[in-house]
Design a protein around this ligand. Structure first.
Ligand code: 13P
Length: 344
């Protein structure tokens, strides 16, 4: 894919009213998610769960793309179609997680750096032949006593830039994900300061690695008080703090910003995204690339029992529809009751 096609793909991923489903949980993370509903994680069960998500009737109405994990892009639906092909067939763009998780950053206790650059060129080429049109790499920044260090921010930003350049070389749109975790007691102001410093460094490194910003997307955290901070913030405060940080750090050549949910309750994530879009227009599309905030209710409804398939799919469609409304700034909590779940 050339730069023009990659730019078109990046724009299609943030089309109005749509966002991305992150279904790229690694095998250990999927084990945690399934254990939380009392299930053992087997390859067959992970496949069955993803099958339910991806075959939801009407998925393409609000979902522009799905991020897959290595195991999933190699799996097939119950009907025998490869998942990437099945998604593309209903107008949903398949993508792939290409980082290999985090490891402790030597010399910096409590900080991590993301691995996965070794052999990445070859893996990207293979994923492209399997139908992936975009990629994702997640870096993790923690806030705490003396953290984050400048070294941690710089090392992670460099990894993101090297990954993004390799992705574009392979014709895949890079989603650049520097996540400042919400764990801790820090204030929203501290999160704003750390997120701004991180994003600024990320864009310095992307420029030095000659990444074409028009053919990339950013996947950041929202600017939030720490989970254990006594002063929590309203959706409006979060929206304003987040937009202020983005304006100070993200070039306008970037077509879209797709937020991660990062452990926020699902309805809160929707409300906060909606509050941001009520403050539009902004220089970039403000959208979602949620994992937990889209999947938590569906995992519960399914519970490992395929006779609950319709209910689980209805729940997924509903959450996607609510976030689709938040893309326009037209969501209201009343819609949670009103939107019919019998649609499917
Ligand atoms: P969450 O929305 O659950 O944070 O997942 C998004 C993601 O892709 C994390 O890398």
């Amino acid at each position: 894919m050339d730069v023009v096609s990659m730019t078109e793909t990046a724009r299609a991923l943030v089309a109005p009213g749509k966002g991305i489903l992150a279904a790229d949980e690694s095998t250990p993370t999927m084990q945690k998610r399934l254990a939380a509903i009392g299930l053992e994680s087997t390859e067959a069960r992970r496949r069955a769960y993803r099958d339910i998500l991806f075959t939801t009737p009407g998925i393409g109405e609000f979902i522009s793309g799905v991020i897959l994990f290595d195991e999933t892009i190699r799996q097939r639906s119950a009907e025998g179609t490869r998942f990437a092909e099945l998604l593309a067939g209903v107008g949903v763009i398949p993508g792939i997680k290409v980082d290999q998780g985090t490891v402790p950053l030597a010399g910096f206790p409590g900080e991590v750096v993301t691995e996965g650059l070794d052999g990445l060129r070859g893996r990207l080429a293979e994923y492209a032949t399997m139908g992936a049109r975009f990629a994702k790499w997640r870096a993790v920044i923690t806030i705490g006593e003396g953290r984050p260090s400048a070294t941690c921010i710089e090392s992670n930003a460099d990894g993101l830039a090297r990954y993004a350049a390799l992705s574009q070389e392979a014709g895949l749109v890079p989603i650049v994900e520097p996540e400042v975790l919400m764990d801790g007691t820090h204030s929203i102001e501290r999160c704003a300061e750390v997120t701004k410093a991180t994003l600024r460094e990320v864009y310095v490194r992307l420029a030095s690695h000659r990444v074409v910003l028009e053919a990339s997307l950013l996947k950041p955290n929202m600017v939030l008080p720490g989970k254990d901070c006594p002063d929590q913030a309203s959706p409006v405060e979060i929206a304003e703090a987040t937009i202020a940080v983005l304006k100070q750090s993200v070039p306008t050549a970037v077509p879209g910003i797709v937020f991660l949910s990062g452990g926020q309750p699902d309805l809160e994530a929707t409300l906060r995204l909606d509050a941001m879009n009520r403050r539009g227009p902004q220089p970039w599309e403000l959208s979602f690339s949620f994992g937990r905030a889209l999947q938590a209710p569906i995992l519960r409804a399914w519970g490992g029992d395929d006779t609950n398939r319709d209910q689980a799919q209805a729940g997924f469609w509903h959450r996607a529809a609510m976030n689709g409304a938040a893309r326009h700034g037209s969501y209201s909590p009343d819609m949670e009751q009103q939107v019919t779940l019998s649609r499917i």
